[in-house]
Design a protein around this ligand. Structure first.
Ligand code: ARE
Ligand code: CA
Length: 523
């Protein structure tokens, strides 16, 4: 048996030794399997791709804080993965930019890589390696935000102390020949500015500069192999997959060529590959069109969730009843190809999403997403901000300081007891189908997942008492939003919720509140 888990292979499943005992049927089946697996655009040689369970996106938490969180909170709560910010050495600004630019170390410095050593605002390579191993020991896999479309758009100094210019990064090394440049040649960008002027133009989206960031010629085999080497270094540390930044600007063919060179993870799986593709682009630029190359970020879902939950300044509230249909039925990418979330670091700033600023409504939306069964759900925990460029809490040199959930500077959504309760509920119900959907036609909904769990959500401003079918066996249950089963009672002095012998429950759901029952918490 082949023990080399890392060499990508394409070959028939019977390996190199065949015996005369092989039957015609077995050979036919073998061919069918070989064609099925070898035809995969990602070079999948029959090994499964890592599929994350519920993850936490610990946006710009430093490595030692992520490690601590894996051990003390994420692992025990049932989070199966953590997404971390771009770990590569990046731009370190030494002066302010232009105009209204008043933050020396904005959070977005890390989206301008300078080289692929791991000296960053979040810590050293040794701290990164220790974090990955600590998290894995806690049962939490690590997924990395990979910035591989471009290098920098400004500056000349990095956190790792490297010097560079816009098209010259000696520490990788990259030279001008490794980039798309303004011009009319086959590897050039033909827009008049050299930047993306039209986000619906496929040539510009792939080959012109996003935000003035030096655009790598990702079709070039030499560039592809340097990018794959960076990602394989991370896999070597124990990383399980990637959120691919600006994947829409790399394009399917180049993404596939890079992915084919990736090693298997420490678990023997193909790495998870979650592509950042904002919706709105036509045809080949659409999120749907990238599902042939991997999973995609659920950025259109973010807007649908906002529209269902949001309270607008005129006091108009969206309608949870719309969520009876959510997923491919509402125009989103398929559940098994989607990393789903209520917000990420971009959408919490650009108006597309609910954010921690929406308080209990934001928590409720996260609890609902964990219950919904759509995608691989991800809970976002970042830092609080007043202006969109604000740095995470850092020292004067931009080095991010340890996260502290007591200061109000870090959002720590993953520690919220209601979220933790629904992570457990999510893990317990697994893939059980949604049934018994109920709505009052406005802002109260409830549904079961098979006969394993049931939950109700109220996004209105007053309590609502409902009597509905739970699909659960009769008995007393602890509401996982507020408590857990402990011996013959519920923790926190919470009163149990009674389900009658017909599966009916009568319960009151508070404003911006939820009730979650599962059989693991049946008394
Ligand atoms: C900063 C400055 C810029 C400056 C640049 C280079 O703000 O003024 O030109 O540096 O000097 C992040 C920040 C940027 C920051 C950048 C680099 O958000 O402000 O620029 O880091 O430091 C498109 C892309 C999508 C991209 C968004 C922002 O398709 O991939 O724009 N998102 C990712 C990350 C960002 C990150 C980058 C990419 C760059 O998640 O956080 O930028 O690495 C429509 C289009 C979308 C478009 C969207 C923009 O929906 O269809 O394609 O997204 O609008 O909202
Ligand atoms: Ca590009």
């Amino acid at each position: 048996m082949d023990r080399d888990l890392n060499a990508p292979r394409l070959r028939p499943p019977w390996g190199t030794r065949r015996t005369a005992m092989v039957t015609v049927a077995a050979v036919a089946a073998g061919f069918a399997l070989w064609f099925a697996t070898s035809a995969d655009a990602n070079g999948d040689d029959g090994h499964r791709t890592d599929a994350p369970g519920v993850t936490a996106n610990m946006f710009e938490w430093n490595w030692s804080s992520v490690a601590r969180e894996c051990t003390n909170h994420l692992g025990p709560a049932g989070f199966r993965g953590v997404q971390v910010a771009p770990p590569a050495d990046s731009l370190k600004r030494t002066s302010l930019g232009n105009g209204s630019d008043t933050v020396l170390h904005p959070w977005w410095e890390v989206y301008q890589p300078v080289d692929y050593t791991l000296t960053s605002r979040m810590g050293t390579a040794a701290q990164f390696a220790a974090m990955v191993s600590t998290c894995r020991q806690a049962g939490v896999k690590v997924y990395v935000d990979a910035v591989i479309n471009h290098m920098t758009g400004q500056g000349n100094t990095s956190y790792g102390g490297q010097s560079y210019t816009h098209f010259s990064y000696p520490a990788v090394p990259y030279t001008a020949a490794d980039f798309h440049q303004k011009g009319t040649g086959p590897n050039d960008c033909s827009s008049s500015s050299g930047g993306i002027e039209d986000f619906n133009n496929v040539h510009q989206v792939f080959k012109c500069e996003l935000l003035g960031l030096a655009d790598l010629n990702t079709s070039d085999p030499g560039v592809q192999s340097r990018l794959a080497a960076y990602l394989n270094t991370l896999i070597g540390y124990g990383v399980s997959g990637f959120r691919v930044d600006a994947a829409k600007h790399i394009g399917q063919a180049d993404l596939d060529a890079i992915y084919r060179q990736l090693h298997r993870t420490k678990d023997g799986l193909r790495p998870y590959w979650a592509l950042e593709v904002f919706g709105g682009g036509p045809g080949i630029l659409s999120p749907q069109a990238f599902t042939t190359s991997g999973s995609v970020l659920g950025l259109d879902g973010v807007k649908q969730i906002r529209d269902a939950f949001k309270s607008y300044p005129d006091q108009h509230i969206g309608s949870l009843a719309t969520l009876q249909v959510f997923g491919s039925g509402s125009g989103l990418t398929p559940s098994d190809r989607t990393l789903s979330f209520v917000t990420n670091h971009d959408t919490e700033r650009n108006g597309d999403a609910l954010s921690y600023k929406d308080g209990s409504r934001y928590l409720l939306a996260n609890e609902w997403l964990l219950a919904s069964g759509y995608g691989s759900p991800q809970v976002f925990s970042g830092f609080t901000f007043s202006s969109p460029d604000d740095s995470p809490p850092s020292d004067a040199n931009g080095i991010i300081t340890d996260a502290d959930c007591g200061t109000g500077r870090w959002t720590c959504t993953h520690r919220n007891p209601g979220i933790v309760g629904m992570v457990g509920w999510h893990n317990y119900v697994g893939k059980a189908q949604r049934a018994n959907f109920y709505t009052d036609g406005d802002n109260v909904i409830a549904f079961s997942r098979g006969n394993r769990g049931w939950a109700a959500f109220n996004n209105g401003t007053s309590p609502k008492t409902i009597t509905v079918q739970t699909g659960l066996p009769g008995g007393d249950y602890c509401n996982v939003l507020a408590s857990q089963r402990s011996g013959s009672g519920c923790t926190n002095g919470a009163p149990p919720v009674h389900v009658d012998s017909h599966g009916l429950v009568t319960t009151t759901v508070g404003p911006s509140g939820a009730v979650g029952l599962d059989r693991a918490n049946k008394l």
